[in-house]
Design a protein around this ligand. Structure first.
Ligand SMILES: [Zn+2]
Length: 337
């Protein structure tokens, strides 16, 4: 009897040790950013090994949902490393009377989505591995081709823009092969003459009663305009207000809008993945009319920022971000000297 108890105890401890993910001993809020990225990537790769869903698809969805948690007030901040959010009803099943249910069997009986991803017999909505595994299995059920991924996302979010943003995130991660993509930079090279002030919310002169949704950075014609963040080109072309304009979507689900350009950088197209500092176009005075209209105002870069919240997008003042990126760029230039 004693021997059996010892064997059982040993077995339990072996199982227990195996199921404590490496390095997760620290609470996730005590980790440095680098440690978070490292452990998150380990989780993605582990789920890729189990489900064959590429890690950058999982990273893309997780990153999109992290942005939604920031943008939507009714979503709590994530406690762990993974930000994918399942509501209690979604997790346990719509008719399940127990909203805290963690039993995989009863959850599945009530058509809940929650699965046990780490093999501890419990499907826990607050466990990183269970949550990531549940989403990976969902994606896996559609197949592994890009088109399958897009269909799975469409079925899940029922919104084309969500699909596009996540698909863009996946391409960014696939290109750079790391999660450490937080760097930002000022859109114009510091050695050129330029000036800007906070003009967000000012009334505009053209196109009726629109408020000014951005910051105007005045500079000479053909000063290079650089991507400020890691991201993907979402839109490129003419728009009657913005003239030749380009839009880059970053990993915070923020859309960076660069308007009134004189032209675009060669090779930059819709779908091009960019890094901060990559030249995407040149300062001009295009806009306020038919394609090609220019010179109706002094040359400047109109820079706007728009956040996607899963339903819609709204503009916020880019001035504080520009100021901090400019400060950082000056500090980096000093260090190099
Ligand atoms: Zn402007």
């Amino acid at each position: 009897m004693k021997r059996i108890a010892i064997i059982l105890l040993t077995l339990t401890s072996i199982l227990f040790v195996q199921h404590v993910p490496e390095g997760l001993a620290k609470a996730s809020n005590e980790l440095s950013l680098e440690e978070k990225y490292e452990q998150r990537l380990t989780l993605y790769e582990k789920m890729e090994a189990i489900t064959n869903v590429p890690w950058y698809y999982l990273a893309a969805v997780d990153t999109y949902e992290r942005g939604l948690r920031r943008a939507q007030k009714d979503r709590p901040a994530e406690e762990g490393l993974i930000a994918i959010y399942f509501s209690p009803q979604q997790w346990v099943g719509p008719l399940n009377p127990d909203l805290e249910d963690t039993n995989p069997l009863s959850i599945s009986m009530f058509n809940g989505v929650g699965l046990d991803g780490n093999g501890d017999g419990v499907a826990d909505r607050n466990n990183d591995e269970d949550v990531l595994y549940t989403f990976a299995r969902y994606l896996e059920s559609y197949g592994f081709k890009e088109e399958d991924f897009r269909i799975a996302l469409w079925e899940y979010y029922q919104r084309e823009q969500s699909v596009n943003i996540i698909y863009g995130h996946a391409n960014v991660y696939k290109t750079f092969k790391t999660l450490d993509l937080d760097d930002h930079t000022f859109p114009l090279p510091l050695h050129h003459n330029y000036s800007y002030r906070s003009t967000w919310g000012d009334r505009r002169g053209w196109g009726g009663r629109r408020i000014h949704e951005g910051t105007d950075i005045f500079a000479n014609y053909n000063v290079p305009v650089m991507a400020t963040a890691y991201g993907i080109v979402e839109i490129k072309g003419w728009n009657k207000y913005g003239g030749w304009r380009i839009g880059v979507r970053d990993l915070d689900n923020v859309y960076h809008y660069y308007a009134h350009l004189s032209g675009f950088e060669k090779g930059v197209e819709k779908g091009t993945v960019v890094a901060p500092g990559d030249v995407i176009g040149y300062v001009g005075s295009s806009g306020y009319g038919k394609p090609g209209t220019q010179g109706k105002f002094p040359p400047h870069l109109h820079y706007g920022m728009y956040r996607d919240n899963g339903y819609t997008e709204w503009s916020f003042d880019p001035y504080p971000s520009l100021k901090s990126w400019e400060r950082k760029a000056y500090q980096e230039r000093k260090k190099k000297k």
